[in-house]
Design a protein around this ligand. Sequence first.
Ligand SMILES: [Zn+2]
Length: 211
Amino acid sequence: MTAITHHLSDALLDGYVTGCLAQPFAVVAAAHLSLCDACRARAETADMLGGAMLDRIAPADVSQGGRDRMMAALDLAPPPPQPIAASGIFPAPVMQALGGRPPKWRMLGGGIRQVILSADVDGSLRLLYIPPGRAVPEHSHGGLELTLVLQGSFADSEGRFGPGDLEIADDDVDHQPTAGVEGPCICLAATDAPLRFRAMIPRLLQPLFRI
Ligand SMILES: [Zn+2]
């Protein structure tokens, strides 16, 4: 894998570490962190700072009886679910979102395929498959869109994004990502608002996209 050059912003990293990100963005952040040593180091530092602040808060006094009951309750608690491992190009957080199964691609036209992993009030999370050299319809954003490249590459007005790279696009970015010619581009994308497509045909397709 070539070096990752597009990373999580400080705001996204802080949001992730403190558990403040909406679920679709948290999954993209976790997937980037699983691929990026640099951001993982930053997250550990942020985590330590947060932990140091928590340490300054005096622990609640727990009586021995209370402690025994708590430990007994912990013994009774069901075991945590088995973590789902990374598979192929899909990092563990993506496999988790896929329920441990391979993606079931749906055709969107023009050879573009997608898998919707979640779509609700929190926003949407999906996998996109873009054939080599193909462009995704031009669109602007009502909110934030995070796109993490898992395979291949794409380029738009913001630059070139390869495996592990994360594009952070907000209201200001009007982009038309085009997949690199070296092979299909597969990426993980999260949005917190419906995308606004410019052309008529894609607008008609939007109910299909459900994004
Ligand atoms: Zn990074």
